[in-house]
Design a protein around this ligand. Structure first.
Ligand SMILES: CC(C)(COP(=O)(O)OP(=O)(O)OC[C@H]1O[C@@H](n2cnc3c(N)ncnc32)[C@H](O)[C@@H]1OP(=O)(O)O)[C@@H](O)C(=O)NCCC(=O)NCCS
Length: 212
């Protein structure tokens, strides 16, 4: 079995945030944050409508299982780095970075959410900056993709501010009704981090990302 211990030593620090993998207890705290609300119920910012399960029996268990699986299914050919985000010692959200066959493609994708109480303070921009620095400076990525669903201006704006450009528009239906999806891409040549990001503990983990 792959030794994933080096991943747990990885730390990203921005002026206000710390990002790292969570313990089972911290992941449960993240589930509790999700239960307190991420978006208004009439909106669905995610491609998979997982927040519709909030308030239903077993939500916290399913949430924890999903996060555990993300880690346990790790392979250098297909990985999902599921970072928890702390601001002033408090868990505020989740920032994911993922890739398939990174050694070949040098391409990453990302997804994120922040508890409603912590949104619109610049945290979303700061945590995306952290994983883009990990991708471009730390892992040697050549491009990053992202996307946003029509109506989710906050997500679109974070990407726009960080230099992504739109590469296409598609349709997905997280709640069974088609919604426009904006596809975005940021090339390394266009990446200029708006503030410094400290990356520590990466070197021993590089082979796990297919980034040696
Ligand atoms: C998307 C998300 C991660 C952004 O994080 P955030 O901390 O709220 O974002 P920031 O404060 O860093 O920046 C948001 C930008 O969008 C703008 N914005 C936020 N809400 C907006 C709205 N409803 N309409 C227009 N602009 C909006 C802000 O003004 C800011 O731009 P500015 O710096 O030019 O003023 C967060 O809002 C979130 O978790 N939303 C719910 C889940 C989600 O949408 N996840 C992403 C799925 S693709």
């Amino acid at each position: 079995m792959t030794d994933l211990a080096p991943l747990f030593e990885l730390r990203l620090r921005t002026p206000r945030l710390e990002l790292r993998l969570g313990t089972p207890g911290e992941i449960d705290d993240l589930g509790a944050l999700a239960e307190r609300g991420i978006h208004p119920p009439e909106e669905m910012p995610f491609g998979v409508a997982w927040t519709d399960g909030i308030g239903q029996p077993g939500f916290r268990e399913r949430f924890a299982e999903f996060h555990r699986d993300q880690c346990e299914s790790w392979s250098p050919l297909d990985w999902h780095l599921d970072l928890l985000v702390w601001a002033d010692g408090e868990i505020v959200g989740n920032q994911e970075l993922y890739a398939k066959e990174f050694a070949e493609t040098r391409l990453v994708g990302s997804g994120s959410w922040i508890g409603a109480a912590f949104q619109r303070r610049g945290i979303g921009t700061e945590m995306r900056t952290a994983v883009l620095e990990l991708a471009f400076r730390g892992l040697g990525a050549t491009a990053a993709t992202s996307g946003w669903l029509e109506g989710n201006r906050a997500s679109g704006r974070v990407s726009e501010k960080l230099g992504y450009r739109e590469t296409g528009i598609g349709e997905i239906a997280p709640r069974g009704v088609p919604v426009l999806h904006h596809d975005l891409r940021l090339d390394r040549a266009d990446w200029a981090p708006p503030f410094p990001v400290e990356i520590s503990g990466l070197e021993p983990a590089l082979p796990l990302f297919g980034a040696t």
